[in-house]
Ligand binder design. Structure first.
Ligand SMILES: Nc1ncnc2c1ncn2[C@@H]1O[C@H](COP(=O)(O)OP(=O)(O)OP(=O)(O)O)[C@@H](O)[C@H]1O
Ligand SMILES: [Mg+2]
Length: 258
């Protein structure tokens, strides 16, 4: 049984559909990447899974329990922790207090202290800046803090929305490295939304491509990395070779996806 099973999700913003029948499974211990262009519905999907948005139809099951339409705090309490796009750290709180906020649903003080030590060990820069206002951190440090805060909640499934967005290449590699280690060393299951398809696919077990609110492709990360459309549109490879007359090949191949 997958840890997370999303089936036929339909999420609308007023009269406008943003997810149109999205299904997705995340196996325990996997890293699943969600790829797609701007506006494809990636953030909407994470918000729907995390309980910030209620789907009009479809279902979300986590660890065998139906969590469709549950409040985000309830979903978080069951172990699904969302690191939103744009980080959203508490700018006027210190780094330490931001991390403490991540553990607000917990009462196990000793384990909280151990997790804080783990976060500081994972992100030494946060330890150095523990007393500093989060608003004064660099973009990369804020991303580390956002992930660190999520770890303080003892996630069973981490929903990461574009953790590499806006970071310098070296920092991007550092963040991807941490994601890999959390998965390998802690067995953390991760659903990773990324526009950085190359690095996401290098890391992921499987991947799903969204387009206009629909799943157009899904498979193992290796299959997707070798897929011509993914190479052309997301990895920027083979564009010349694939550009047929009047763009027909693109359309035909896309049709095959459905
Ligand atoms: N609060 C909102 N109200 C109305 N429409 C919205 C809202 N949020 C998103 N949308 C629309 O829903 C669609 C999906 O948006 P979403 O943010 O999920 O895309 P995304 O794949 O995360 O894009 P990006 O890569 O730019 O972050 C877009 O057409 C967007 O304009
Ligand atoms: Mg988004």
């Amino acid at each position: 049984m997958p840890l997370l099973e999303a089936a036929n999700l339909e999420t609308w913003y007023g009269p406008v559909p943003a997810l149109r029948g999205v299904s997705l499974n995340v196996e325990q211990g996997a890293i699943v990447a969600v790829l797609g262009a701007n506006g494809a519905g990636k953030t909407t999907l994470l918000k729907t899974l995390g309980g910030a948005l209620e789907p009009k139809a479809g279902s979300v099951r986590f660890d065998g329990h139906d969590i469709t339409g549950r409040h985000s705090w309830e979903v978080a309490r069951s172990g699904v922790i969302h690191v939103p796009e744009g980080r959203e750290v508490f700018r006027h709180l210190s780094v330490r207090d931001n991390l403490a906020m991540g553990a607000y649903l917990r009462r196990d003080r000793d384990a909280i202290a151990a997790d804080l030590a783990f976060v500081y060990q994972t992100f030494p820069r946060l330890a150095e800046r523990a007393a500093q206002h989060a608003g004064n951190l660099s973009g990369g440090e804020q991303q580390m803090l956002a992930i660190g805060r999520a770890l303080m909640a003892r996630p069973r499934l981490l929903l990461l929305d574009e953790p590499s967005l806006g970071l310098a290449p070296l920092l991007v590699s550092e963040i991807f490295d941490v994601i890999r280690r959390l998965n390998l060393e802690r067995g953390l299951t991760i659903l990773l939304v990324e526009q950085n398809a190359r690095q996401a696919l290098a890391l992921a077990t499987s991947a799903t491509v969204l387009e206009l609110g629909r799943v157009v492709l899904s498979g193992s990360a290796r299959e997707l990395a070798e897929n011509r459309d993914v190479r052309e549109f997301y990895l920027g490879q083979g564009a010349q070779e694939a550009a047929g007359p009047r763009g027909e090949r693109r359309w035909k191949r896309r049709k095959q996806w459905r």
